[in-house]
Structures are given as structure tokens and as C-alpha cells.
Design a protein around this ligand. Structure first.
Ligand SMILES: [Fe+2]
Ligand SMILES: [Fe+2]
Length: 491
């Protein structure tokens, strides 16, 4: 596979020029996308040159090209991982049949719904994060935010390509609706709950990219096992980019924890008020943000027992995380032992495997999150701190699914609603917490500087140092000193 022409209107490795109708349809959608980007993309900074990576190929090495680019000029391309010779439907009732290159008629609606639901999260997260540039803690972080934003834009392109190519007029209408819905809008919200919650501070941004983008990773992993080959190949390549988003989140929270530990050691106290007075974020507050974004993100896997999930698996539209690692790809036998609410306690129920597919994916996600927490705790350990971060139980603070009508503490023990309310402010961010965290959110964009509530990263991007010019500011945004009050009116 050769390198791709970055100067093409729509860089791609899908032979777009061979399909003039499709090319024209996408070229007609492109200005609408750019209008959306200008309206709902990052507020301000559009005239600045940002050191961004652009996907130019799909090979293991050299798929990305780094250079300065103004965000509206970013080349949002369409890329698929290479076709696998003789690929078969990896699971379900069609297991072993040749993978589909065209949408099977009987699965058309289900497949469209799967693609649209995934697609909708991509512009949603850009909208949620659009004001964060105004309060970035360093140039490096500002660049990382914009990298995540432009790549979510590219993920939207990847999904719109599938809609345009395989779903005709319906697909084109869906593609337009993807630019019409708005995160948090009452009349026309984004499809999934977490993607309508505002991300208003950088602690939330880093938690979001750790936990919500990681949900994305697992959804993409399940779609990478789809019997519909174009979806599988598209999502495989998206996973390459997704890894960076989770890196931004995990290292971001890690650096906040590191700074907090440093201040605790310096002051010889773990008293939250004293840590806060010193301009850092105390660990209990970080834990409450963790609890909030994790418990919200975990809803995204859907109901614990789901006939939809069973049918997606049966039809081969969606597989399991690492479908390869299972011996039985049909999953008609066997059960999943699930803890379900009973009276005010819990009991174990045996659920037919196919109906438990959401829960099986959620298990993979939780396991992955446990590793993240362990890496954060290593930072505390290295700093000689006795405190540890914890992942709350999957039943804690749920808004969807079988646990959502009951109350549980972070360990997952059933408690009364009154007991939950009495402890709410210990477990989840309070109004006062938000006021405090927001008070720290001041831009720090001077060369080589970093805000006081977060440690600098050990390394910069693409082999560069942290002290490096990640953004070349245009006159209109220049001079944002550390600690200046952000202007939310943009340029
Ligand atoms: Fe994405
Ligand atoms: Fe992402």
C-alpha cells in the first residue's frame, strides 16, 4: 500500500477516485463538516499552527505525519486497515462464512444503527471539549487536546464513509444528522448519555479520555470482530489513533496525582484544604472525579442482559473482545453467572451467554481500567505515599441497567438511597469541589511552562522535549500568560 496524497481534498486509501459518485457525495458533505467544525470545534485557536499528527497510511511504521497545521486545514482522511485474505465471519450463526463486503439486506437496519451510534460519539466529544483550550495547563496539553479533537473528527469521517458507501440515501441523511445533533442540547441531543455531559475542566477531560475513550476502544474492538468486513477494517485503524487518546488521559491524571503527592510531601500533610491552598488537587477530589466519569462511562456498554446484544452477536455484526481467544464462537451453550439485585440485596443468576455479551465486554473494560489504576498507584508508591486510588464497583452510581434503581456504595454493597445521599459528597464531586477545580483552570501557554496543579510530562511528543513549541500562536491568541483570565469569547 503506497503512501497517500496529503494534498488530495480527501486523503484516503480506499480508492475514492475510482468511485466518482461516492467522491462527489463526500465532497458535498465536507463543507458541512467544516461549518460544523467552525461552529462546534475548539473555541479560538483556529488561526494558530498546531503541531499535529495526520494519518497518511495504515502501515505499522510511518502511518503518521507530524507537522504544524491550522486546525481548519487539517486533512481528515479515510483509512482502512488492509484486507485480510480469506477472512470469515468470526462468530455467531454465520461463523466461518466468508466475511461480507456488502451489507446483508436483512441486517441493514441493525448495522446502520450500530454505525450511527458509534459515529455520533465522535463529534459529540469534540463538542464537549470545545472550551478547554481556553484553560490549557501548558502548550503540550493544548496540543494534545487538539490532537484528540481532530482525530475524533477523522473518526466521524471514517463512519460517514461507511454510511455513504453502503447505505445510499439513508446513509447520506444519517451523515447530515450527525452534524445536526449537539452534545447537551435539549431538543436534539447526542445519542448516548455520557456524551451529553459537559467536560468543563481538565481533570474531567483527562478522566474522560481515560474512561470514556476507553469505552470507545472496547466498542471498536467488538466492531473489529464484525462479519461486515468494511466495518472491521475501518475500526481496526481507528484503534491505532484511540491509543493516543487514552495515553493523554492516563498520563494527564497521572501527572495531577504526581503533583498532588509532591505537594503532600513538601507540606508534610494530606489535609485536603492545605493541598488546595497550595494550588494542587487533593487525592480525595481526584478520586471523586474518577468515580464520576468511570460510573458514567460504564453505562455505555448497555444493559447487563440484552436481547439486542444477543442478536448483534448471533448475526455476526459484533463480536467479543478478542474473539480469537475463545474456543466456542457460537456461544449457544453455557451461561454467564451474574450478580443481580434481589429484595435489597444481591443474588446470582445464570444468564444465557449470548444475552450477556454486553457484560462480557464490560468485564474486559473493567480489567483494562484496573491496570490503569495500578499504574496511577505506582506513582503514589514511588512518591512514598500510603494513599491509593480505587476503581469503584460496577454497581456504584449507575444510571442504566439492572443496578440503576438501587443504591450501592463504591465497594458495591447494597445500601439505602438515604445512606447513599448522606455520603454523596464523599463519593462524587460536589458543587464546592467543582468551584474549586474550576478556580484552578487558568491558561498557562507560555513556552515551557506548566500550571501549578499538574506535573510536566517526562517526554514531549514525537521525540521532542516538553519545553518545545507545540503551538505557534497567531497574533490574535498570543500573549496568554500563565494565570491570565481566559477569554471565552474566542479570538
Ligand atoms: Fe473516536
Ligand atoms: Fe477517542
Amino acid at each position: 500500500m503506497g503512501s497517500v496524497d496529503l494534498n488530495a481534498l480527501i486523503p484516503n486509501n480506499v480508492d475514492l477516485k475510482e468511485d466518482r459518485r461516492l467522491q462527489r457525495a463526500l465532497e458535498a458533505w465536507q463543507p458541512q463538516f467544516l461549518d460544523w467544525w467552525r461552529e462546534m470545534g475548539p473555541e479560538g485557536f483556529q488561526a494558530d499552527e498546531v503541531y499535529l499528527r495526520t494519518a497518511v497510511d495504515v502501515g505499522r511504521d510511518g502511518w503518521a505525519h507530524f507537522d504544524y497545521v491550522k486546525m481548519p486545514d487539517y486533512r481528515w482522511g479515510i483509512f482502512m486497515s488492509p484486507a485480510e485474505d480469506g477472512r470469515v465471519v468470526p462468530c455467531g450463526d454465520h461463523f466461518g462464512d466468508a466475511a461480507w463486503q456488502k451489507v446483508p439486506g436483512e441486517y441493514r437496519n441493525a448495522l446502520r444503527r450500530i454505525i450511527v451510534t458509534q459515529a455520533d460519539t465522535e463529534p459529540a466529544s469534540v463538542e464537549q471539549q470545545r472550551l478547554l483550550g481556553q484553560t490549557a495547563p501548558s502548550q503540550y496539553d493544548l496540543r494534545n487536546l487538539f490532537q484528540v479533537n481532530v482525530e475524533e473528527g477523522r473518526h466521524l469521517w471514517a463512519m460517514v464513509y461507511l454510511l455513504h458507501t453502503h447505505f445510499g440515501r439513508d446513509g447520506r441523511e444519517e451523515a447530515e444528522d450527525l452534524l445536526r445533533r449537539r452534545s447537551g442540547n435539549q431538543d436534539s441531543p447526542r445519542i448516548l448519555g455520557t456524551f451529553n455531559e459537559p467536560v468543563e475542566d481538565w481533570l474531567s477531560f483527562f478522566m474522560f479520555t481515560t474512561f470514556t475513550d476507553r469505552d470507545g476502544k472496547f466498542q471498536l474492538l467488538a466492531l473489529a470482530e464484525s462479519g461486515f468486513d468494511p466495518l472491521s477494517r475501518t475500526t481496526r485503524f481507528m484503534l491505532t489513533e484511540e491509543a493516543h487518546h487514552m495515553f493523554v488521559g492516563e498520563t494527564g491524571v497521572g501527572r495531577i496525582i504526581e503533583r498532588s503527592a509532591q505537594v503532600m510531601n513538601e507540606l508534610g500533610t494530606d489535609e485536603p484544604d492545605r493541598i488546595r491552598a497550595h494550588g494542587a488537587i487533593d487525592l480525595p477530589t481526584i478520586q471523586r472525579w474518577l468515580n464520576r466519569w468511570y460510573s458514567s462511562s460504564i453505562n455505555l456498554f448497555g444493559g447487563e442482559q440484552s436481547s439486542n446484544a444477543a442478536s448483534y452477536f448471533a448475526t455476526g455484526l459484533k463480536g467479543r473482545y478478542k474473539e480469537d481467544s475463545y474456543e466456542d464462537h457460537i456461544a449457544l451453550e453455557g451461561v454467564y453467572r451474574m450478580q443481580v439485585p434481589q429484595n435489597l440485596g444481591l443474588t446470582t443468576e445464570e444468564v444465557p451467554l449470548r444475552n450477556a455479551m454486553n457484560e462480557i465486554l464490560r468485564d474486559g473494560y473493567i480489567g483494562d481500567c484496573e491496570f490503569v489504576i495500578a499504574r496511577w498507584n505506582r506513582i503514589l508508591e514511588k512518591a512514598g505515599r500510603p494513599e491509593r486510588m480505587e476503581l469503584p464497583n460496577r454497581r456504584f452510581n449507575r444510571e442504566m441497567g439492572i443496578y440503576s434503581s438501587y443504591a450501592y456504595d463504591p465497594e458495591g454493597n447494597p445500601i439505602t438511597a438515604e445512606a447513599f445521599e448522606a455520603r454523596r459528597d464523599d463519593w462524587l464531586p460536589s458543587e464546592a469541589d467543582s468551584v474549586f477545580v474550576k478556580s484552578l483552570m487558568k491558561p498557562c501557554l507560555e513556552f515551557g511552562k506548566v500550571a501549578g496543579w499538574i506535573a510536566p510530562p517526562r517526554k514531549g511528543i514525537n521525540g521532542n522535549a516538553f519545553e518545545w513549541e507545540y503551538v505557534r500562536f497567531d497574533k490574535s491568541s498570543a500573549g496568554i500568560a500563565c494565570g491570565a483570565t481566559p477569554s471565552l469569547t474566542g479570538e
